[in-house]
Design a protein around this ligand. Structure first.
Ligand code: ADP
Ligand code: MG
Length: 321
């Protein structure tokens, strides 16, 4: 069935998604009208998912709806912000109602869970591409930035790293993940943004980032912006059983360190708040691991169990290299 742009928006995006009281005017006019709460700063982020670059052609549209919002929620989480409003620029090769229905179901489910309202967007024809902008609130001056790490800080990581990278290898036919395929694939396609953990870090962490390009690259951003370096103890990396198995078979540390798409948080805290941070993050239902320390020498040193240094490529996905 072919729908006009107008019908398509009305049918799949204007009803049914989460509604918020601070939206004076949502989808349907030239602009949305929004009430920014008094005494809050607006945190704004945007991300694009392009077919063939960020996801495989033919990817499950429901998972894409989830991921489109999840990756932006992860950015707000990394700043310690509370999500509120989203806009969506959708470029579609054709108006395929099955695809749109599944996409809006995926987007709707995660938007209800995080109380995000879709307040507008744009719809165009072309190669499949999904751009979502997300706005949220944070107390002025309290956002978690990348530039606050200090020498001696402990480096924490939520959840586990490398699961999405393993799924990618498996889907590319480069590794047999066996029974674990379903679980790692879910980690790649339906990441769970650490919004509550990010909120819990406000006032405790000195710097934070979400791990989208791999732990080494993203911790590298914290170090660069903070004028520090870091040492990682690889035996302390939080790894799921499938990634432990992969490492045992291949010995390839660069995968969990550099593969990306983890959407966990990496942060630095002064040692005196270590226990408070553990409690605060665990109260959100999320695991936390201490993987290393911030130190003065530029660069990131990775120490293997036993203390020998491992040379790993800084990695991180670069679109224009
Ligand atoms: P305009 O021509 O003023 O840009 P559009 O016809 O593009 O208006 O959009 C009409 C309304 O539908 C606007 O409120 C716009 O924000 C909303 N909209 C368009 N595309 C989307 C989309 N993919 N998701 C959510 N809202 C959308
Ligand atoms: Mg438009």
């Amino acid at each position: 069935m072919t729908l006009s742009e107008f019908d398509l928006i009305k049918r799949y995006f204007s009803g049914g998604l989460y509604q918020r009281e601070d939206v004076t005017l949502g989808i349907g006019d030239d602009c949305a009208l929004l009430q920014v709460p008094a005494g809050q700063e607006l945190a704004v982020t945007i991300d694009t998912l392009v077919e063939g670059v960020h996801f495989f052609p033919g990817a499950d549209p429901e998972a894409l709806g989830h991921k489109a919002l999840a990756v932006s929620l992860s950015d707000l989480a990394a700043m310690g912000a509370t999500p509120a409003w989203a806009t969506l620029a959708l470029t579609l090769p054709r108006s395929d109602s099955d695809w749109l229905q599944a996409f809006s179901r995926g987007l709707g489910n995660i938007s209800r869970r995080y109380q995000v309202q879709l307040i507008g967007g744009d719809t165009t024809r072309g190669s499949l591409s999904i751009t979502l902008q997300l706005q949220g609130f944070v107390e002025p001056g309290r956002a978690l930035r990348r530039n606050g790490a200090r020498v001696g800080d402990l480096i924490g990581v939520t959840g586990t790293v490398g699961d999405a990278g393993l799924a990618l290898l498996a889907l590319q036919g480069r590794y047999d993940a066996g029974d674990a395929l379903g679980w790692v694939r879910d980690r790649l396609e339906r990441p769970q943004p650490r919004v509550a953990a990010g909120r819990a870090l406000v006032g405790l962490a000195r710097a934070a980032i979400d791990i989208s390009d791999g732990l080494l690259a993203d911790l590298g951003h914290i170090c660069e912006r903070s004028g520090t370096g870091a040492t990682l103890h690889l035996e302390q990396l939080p790894l799921s059983p499938p990634v432990v198995r992969y490492l045992g078979e291949k010995g390839d540390w660069s995968m969990p360190l550099s593969a990306g798409d983890d959407y966990e948080l990496c942060f630095s805290v002064p040692p005196r708040v270590q226990r408070a941070v553990e409690r605060a993050i665990r109260d959100t239902g999320c695991a936390v691991s201490w993987v290393g320390v911030i130190d003065p020498d530029p660069g990131i040193r990775c120490l293997l169990p036993g203390g020998t240094a491992l040379a790993v490529d800084a990695g991180g996905y670069e679109h224009f290299c």
